[in-house]
Design a protein around this ligand. Structure first.
Ligand code: CP
Ligand code: NVA
Length: 299
């Protein structure tokens, strides 16, 4: 059976922890200039239906660093953009490359691709979840504060793909997740209820951040929701993470954001640029965490 990574739930909790440890080792090796090439001659195909800076660069750099290569495939320049079915594309690409990473809108598209793929498929973000980001976020928390088990994380903002992956991570790594969303922007009810008592939904973000060990937010309008920007600015007006929020959290609380961020919208500049903001480590760890994932899936 080909292993895919479409959501965090495709890993066991032990595998998730194993990837975090391996990512930390790979980071050390990288920083000390040691070259290891477990993916020599392996090729990753990367299909992006949405923009990307971090995901594209980290996967491409990661493959090269591990001895392999990555290929950027835009729907505009492939037959996907001219209507070739995703199932046919999966059958063809997976006879040529060793792994495929996809960033797309509908989650079911990546599921259909995986069903017809002979090689592992990695989710580089769908409207539903963003599991690669959580590998990096959790690595970052472990590096700064140790194990996250039993800690309290507060998600402030939209119940979106990132929020869904935080809910899945709470299940896998056994932390408590407070979610503060305005009405109408809750996470999916099924994902939430599957996490049971590990997650608590709040309307008042200040109540939700009280005592938190980690405060996380994301853009108010995700890719594909640009037309809702104005309406969302109104709905989320009280959900900007400010220094007042951070002051209510634990005194050692960290701040994370998957980026790109909008200072003055979902986060105040003096929060994202403060010393307890670990967003740059978080971004760097996309590289190390995905190298651990690629090695896990391909060797
Ligand atoms: N956080 C993240 O996935 O960034 P990109 O959209 O730049 O890949
Ligand atoms: N929720 C955001 C995350 C971007 C990395 C989006 O889907 O656009």
């Amino acid at each position: 059976m080909t292993r895919h990574f479409l959501t965090l739930l495709d890993l066991t909790p032990d595998e998730f922890r194993g990837l975090i440890s391996r990512a930390r080792e790979l980071k050390q090796l990288q920083h000390q200039g040691t070259i290891i090439e477990p993916l020599k001659h392996k090729v990753l195909g990367m299909i992006f239906e949405k923009s990307s800076t971090r995901t594209r660069v980290s996967f491409e750099a990661g493959m090269t660093q591990l001895g392999g290569a990555a290929m950027f495939l835009s729907p505009n320049d492939t037959q996907l953009g001219r209507g070739e079915p995703i199932e046919d594309t999966a059958r063809v690409l997976s006879r040529m490359v060793d792994c495929v990473m996809i960033r797309t809108f509908e989650h079911d598209k990546i599921e259909r691709f995986a069903e017809y793929s002979r090689v592992p498929v990695i989710n580089g973000l769908t409207d539903w979840v963003h599991p690669c980001q959580l590998l990096a976020d959790m690595q970052t928390y472990f590096e700064h504060r140790g194990d996250i088990q039993g800690r309290t994380v507060t998600w402030v903002g939209d119940g979106n793909n990132m929020c869904h992956s935080y809910i899945n991570a709470a299940r896998q790594l056994d932390f408590h997740l407070n979610i503060a969303c305005p009405e109408g922007y809750d996470p999916d009810a099924e994902i939430l209820s599957a996490a049971g008592e590990r997650c608590t939904l709040f309307r008042d973000p200040l109540e939700a951040v009280a005592g938190a060990d980690l405060v996380v937010t994301d853009v108010w309008a995700s890719m594909g929701q640009e037309e809702e920007q104005k309406q969302r600015e109104k709905a989320f007006a009280n959900y900007q993470v400010t220094t007042e929020f951070m002051a209510r959290a634990d005194e050692r609380a960290l701040f994370m954001h998957c980026l790109p961020a909008h200072r003055g919208e979902e986060v105040a500049a003096d929060v994202i640029d403060a010393p307890d903001s670990v967003v740059w480590d978080e971004a760097e760890n996309r590289l190390h965490a995905q190298k651990a994932l690629l090695e896990f899936l391909l060797t």
